[in-house]
Design a protein around this ligand. Structure first.
Ligand code: FPP
Length: 242
């Protein structure tokens, strides 16, 4: 990785393969999620050290509620425990935490832990971590549409106000577009993750399962990104990475 070259401003990470990581080792699936917390912690510290400004993490999709109730309960408890105990690095690294997704039907204790993290980190500006929890792109577009319709209905906006920039600002969070999306475990899908924000993102699909996605694997990914020629629909070599 060349530290003098541009880092992606906003990185999306689809943390896939926890279950398979555990099963490959003869463990129950949930052990993969538990191990993933440690991986995630190291990764966040590393991204902060590398000067990444925005990172969006796919922690739980709206569709993940279809999983076995025991796994869902395990994950909800893991979120509570992690937000309370494992996010101790945020103060030192000045990480601001935001959440994207629907609050319903998340359990009250998860919501309380999320709200506390947002409150505790609201003044930090170095790295913004956008945790997508009970998140889905389709749900986000539905919720944004309802919000905009309500504004129109209340006379707060007119049709001329509805621009691409306005739509972006009325998503769950007002964040810059994604530059780079990494999905671990070798699966080649977006799975309802930040579709609007990823329109011109570069994609990278390492084979490793998420618990094995070390800072070294992250640097390898950045090296690949730095070799990409981003055109944003323009002419080759005319537009460089932002
Ligand atoms: C996908 O792997 C992973 C998840 C649904 C959960 C992601 C959760 C974590 C990384 C835990 C920590 C997160 C936070 C924010 C504290 P999978 O179970 O679908 O793996 P598989 O495809 O091998 O079954």
């Amino acid at each position: 990785m060349n530290k003098d070259l541009l880092m992606p401003n906003h990185i999306g990470i689809i943390m896939d393969g926890n279950g398979r990581w555990a099963q490959k080792r003869g463990m129950i699936r949930t052990m993969g999620h538990k191990t993933a917390v440690g991986t995630l912690k190291k990764l966040c510290i590393h991204m902060a050290d590398r000067g990444v400004k925005y990172a969006s993490l796919y922690a739980f999709s709206t569709e993940n509620f279809k999983r076995d109730i025991k796994e869902v309960e395990f994950l909800m408890n893991l979120f509570i425990e992690s937000f309370k105990k494992e996010f101790d690095f945020i103060k030192e690294k000045k990480v601001r935490v935001l959440f994207s997704g629907r609050r319903k039907p998340l359990p009250k204790k998860v919501l309380e832990a999320m709200d506390q993290l947002v409150e505790d980190t609201k003044n930090y500006t170095d790295l913004t971590l956008n945790i997508c929890l009970n998140y889905g792109s389709h749900a986000e577009i539905v919720d944004m549409t309802k919000k905009v319709c309500e504004m129109y209905h209340n006379g707060e906006i007119s049709l001329e106000n509805i621009t691409e920039d306005f739509i972006q600002k009325n998503m769950y969070q007002d964040l810059p577009p994604l530059d780079f999306v990494i999905r671990t475990s070798g699966e080649l899908r977006l799975s309802n993750f930040m579709m609007y924000q990823a329109s011109y993102a570069e994609f990278y699909f390492p084979k490793v399962y998420f618990p094995d996605f070390t800072p070294e694997e992250f640097d390898k990914a950045i090296e690949v990104f730095q070799k990409r020629n981003r055109r944003f629909g323009g002419i080759e070599n005319e537009v460089k990475s932002s």
